[in-house]
Design a protein around this ligand. Sequence first.
Ligand SMILES: C[S@@+](CC[C@H](N)C(=O)[O-])C[C@H]1O[C@@H](n2cnc3c(N)ncnc32)[C@H](O)[C@@H]1O
Length: 285
Amino acid sequence: MGQPTTVRGLLEVASTWLKEQGVDEARLNTEHLLAHVLGCRRLDLYLDIDRPLDDAERDRFRGLMRRRGARIPLAYLLGTKGFMGHDFKVAPGVLIPRPETEQLVLSGQAALAGREAPRFADVGTGSGCVALSLLALVPAATGLGIDVSPDALELAEQNRAAHPAGARLRLVQGSLLSGVEPGSLDLVLSNPPYITPSEHGLLAPEVKDHEPAVALFDEEGLPLTARLVREAAAALAPGGVLVIETGFDKASLVRGFFVAEGFVDVETVADLAEIERVVVGRRPA
Ligand SMILES: C[S@@+](CC[C@H](N)C(=O)[O-])C[C@H]1O[C@@H](n2cnc3c(N)ncnc32)[C@H](O)[C@@H]1O
């Protein structure tokens, strides 16, 4: 990486090196990591571009750059990820929130419009980003965040405790909706694992080597999502709504699960990249 000592020199040399390691958006990643080490915003790097770094700062930055070059995701190195305007803690062992999942939250919000004191479950809550964001948008709601992964629940608890809407979220360990009282929910929403074994080779090293398999993978034909739709049909009250995020080419498969379980008004909502991403359906009243 050479021996530069200022912000300007380090940004230049380190981002070139990171690009050579095959990392996308190498300059942006370098800026994030340098700002993280210096405890400033990315913009501040440019406002004091000839600022020298001391030895400890440079060592810390080099350590982070090496780990990023080994394709550890940026969010795991920074320890946070922004989602729906809020910073959530992230850590290895738990899925990093994705921008496309914001559509899941917005579809959940639409489903709860006009309901008094609605109750929902977020199945596979991970960091808790979906449940907490929805609670922030719907102040009358209470939520249940369910996950099989102890790592996810531990992190979700930290996010719950730090979030203004956290008091309205209860976290439980369990598989899908197994412990939920039949007919008790107004909304079930979920971003379940939906990558199939045949898609493994398409994944970036950051994802396949560092994010947890339990958060990523289902079998061909999405049997876990099919089970979730079946269990949601039982857990929802009449008129309750099910909202599920799925893979870029899997919306029609998932719509079929909804129809087979008797959901009505089944439709697909596109994400910001115009990919059919979220399937919505209602239990008949
Ligand atoms: C794609 S991640 C979604 C995490 C978070 N909701 C988000 O959108 O960022 C899927 C989550 O489902 C959890 N999971 C996998 N199988 C499950 C099951 N049978 N029951 C409950 N949760 C499950 C994983 O541990 C993981 O946290």
